[in-house]
Design a protein around this ligand. Structure first.
Ligand code: WT7
Length: 564
């Protein structure tokens, strides 16, 4: 029922709540030994939820339903196959690189049951992007499909021993194992590995403004916050059908596409295949989706399709809608009110925070333009560049008090980078600028760094620039986010060419395709502008700030460090 939210008294929860209260929900609060896949699946399979649907799956060709008991059996089978056909052990890295399908979820949960660290990869990644992630983490195994196999440069990955394939008529050898074939014969019983709070679970690679993508490491204890926010923010109850539209290649698709709802024992819908307005509305109608978690870009695409399609579907099952990834425009909120008669609730968090941190709770009044208030148990504030807490209504760095349960516990192979996130060993500094008003509501203002958010996906300009420089025609490259009404930002590249190359439409197109083929479609520049020379500091760093100012016709600011 709309308006009947689980977190009724926010202020009281802020004052009284401790994360240790949530631990009592889990079977480990006495032993201290845990496994997130056991808590998400087996705990329910061994309860009154045994025959409750955990996962509805639908794409162009498949339509399936799995109960918690089915999920337990299938993830056990996957765990057995992964164990028996590789040398994977607790703490080893296994990647999952495939389109959404039930097998993706079985292998992800199976790998967690055996104590491996899972690196989920978005299916759109091309060879260069796959290579960077597998080599940095020295992955031992990967689960993929025959279609994606040629994007895995096996010869260049000495640590990669086993490739599990999901598909038809797989040819097996020492290295290539047919996952489905062996799952059919595998035992449905598996002894899960019992782990500790700080044992690693998931490794999500994400972009920053400098350097290659970095591996953000999460641990078992994150489940405390993923569970509690599934209750308070998503407001999941036993009778809900929850649809998180994110792919597990991004943190939203693991934290709330798998863990949050399953830890809470809810029913999830997974829709495979590509986005289309009709597919999406149809999914809501067909499954009677009650709680829906998506992103502003998707809402804007639905909005763009107009009122026509909306009228053809019964969307009245929806009772709670949430958004993440980019600023939620007031325009989108107004559209949601009109079309669904519901307020879209914003949630702010990041790969590094591991779970929701600042949100619009159902029971709190919403202020347009604000992403809401901190989750009880989270202390958020605004600090200046020295780490001093600023008073209300002053813009600064959005920071969170170090030590929340889902906080990342490391950057793979890069302790220095990890340390650089924290100020005075007290505040995690997010890289977003924001202010907080006198009522404690937070307002997002922008990124402090040059990270680009395009269609809700985070793209590091450095990664794209490095790839551009590999193109034979390009001498210098600088990449910025250019504001775009639908995608939030699009990627725009400024390039200077080597001698002997001339700017042309064809060359621009070739360069776009080059990045698309090497990294991923969403990392490829949508616009390319040729320049004689790019603005650089005296030490040779491309000044993206100046490129952005050119693009937006703004003053370029302090140019004292710029070379002539
Ligand atoms: C960056 C993190 C966590 C899932 C999705 C993105 C931006 C995220 C919001 C919001 C304005 C937002 C921030 C943040 N962002 N949510 N509600 N309003 N901006 O995770 O890829 O790690 O990106 O996304 O800039 O720093 P991510």
């Amino acid at each position: 029922m709309q308006g009947d939210y689980q977190l009724q008294d926010y202020e009281k929860a802020v004052q009284n709540f401790k994360w240790s209260d949530t631990e009592k929900e889990f079977s480990w609060h006495e032993t201290g030994l845990m496994n997130i896949a056991h808590e998400a699946i087996d705990r329910h399979a061994d309860s009154y939820r045994k025959n409750k649907v955990a996962l509805f799956y639908k794409d162009g060709t498949r339509k399936e339903a799995y109960t918690y008991n089915d999920m337990k059996r299938m993830s056990n089978k996957a765990a057995n196959v992964l164990t028996n056909h590789s040398t994977l052990e607790r703490g080893d890295r296994i990647f999952i690189f495939m389109p959404r399908s039930p097998e993706l979820y079985f292998s992800l949960l199976g790998a967690l049951k055996m104590g491996a660290i899972v690196g989920p990869l978005f299916e759109a990644f091309m060879e260069g992007a796959v290579y960077d992630r597998l080599s940095d983490s020295e992955a031992k195994a990967i689960v993929t499909t025959p279609e994606l196999l040629d994007r895995i440069p096996v010869d260049k990955l000495p640590h990669l021993q086993t490739i599990f394939l999901v598909g038809e008529s797989i040819e097996e050898d020492d290295k290539h194992i047919d996952l489905n074939k062996h799952m059919k014969k595998a035992s449905a019983a598996f002894q899960v590995e019992w782990l500790e709070r700080e044992s690693p679970t998931v490794l999500h690679y994400t972009s920053g403004s400098t350097g290659k993508p970095k591996g953000v490491l999460h641990v078992q204890e994150a489940m405390i916050q993923q569970f509690q926010t599934a209750k308070w923010v998503l407001d999941l109850k036993d009778e809900d059908v929850f649809w998180c539209t994110a792919d597990p290649g991004w943190v939203t698709g693991t934290a709330y596409g798998v863990f949050g709802p399953m830890l809470a024992g809810a029913t999830s819908l997974i829709v495979g295949g590509r986005f289309s307005t009709d597919n999406w509305y149809e999914a809501i109608q067909e499954y009677g989706v009650t709680v829906w978690y998506s992103a502003p870009t998707a809402f804007r695409m639905l909005m763009g399709a107009g009122a026509g399609p909306v009228g053809q579907y019964d969307l009245s099952s929806l009772r709670h809608i949430l958004s993440v990834g980019e600023p939620l425009n007031p325009e989108v909120i107004r559209w949601g009110m009109e079309v669904f008669k519901l307020r879209i609730h914003d949630t702010w968090w990041m790969t590094e925070t591991g779970a929701q941190t600042i949100c619009n709770f159902g029971s709190l009044p919403i202020k347009l333009g604000s992403m809401g208030k901190p989750v009880p148990g989270i202390e958020a504030t605004i600090v200046d560049n020295q780490g001093n807490v600023l008073p209300p209504n002053r813009m600064g760095n959005l920071a969170i008090k170090k030590g929340w349960p889902a906080m990342m516990r490391g950057i793979w192979n890069n302790e220095e980078k990890y340390e650089s996130y924290f100020m005075n060993d007290e505040w995690y500094v997010s890289g977003d600028s924001a202010y907080m008003d006198e009522d404690g509501y937070f307002f997002f203002q922008g990124r402090v760094d040059d990270v680009i958010m395009t269609s809700g996906e985070r793209v590091g300009p450095f990664e794209v620039e490095s790839k551009l420089l590999e193109h034979p025609a390009i001498m210098e490259a600088g990449v910025i986010g250019k504001p775009d009404p639908v995608r939030g930002e699009i990627i725009k590249a400024f390039v200077a060419l080597h001698e002997g190359f001339e700017p042309s439409e064809e060359l621009a197109e070739e360069i776009k395709q080059f990045v698309k083929k090497e990294l991923a479609a969403h990392s490829a520049p949508k616009e390319i502008e040729f320049k004689e020379k790019l603005p650089k500091t005296r030490s040779g760093k491309i000044m993206r700030r100046v490129l952005k100012a050119w693009e937006l016709n703004l003053p370029a600011g302090d140019l004292s460090t710029m070379e002539d």
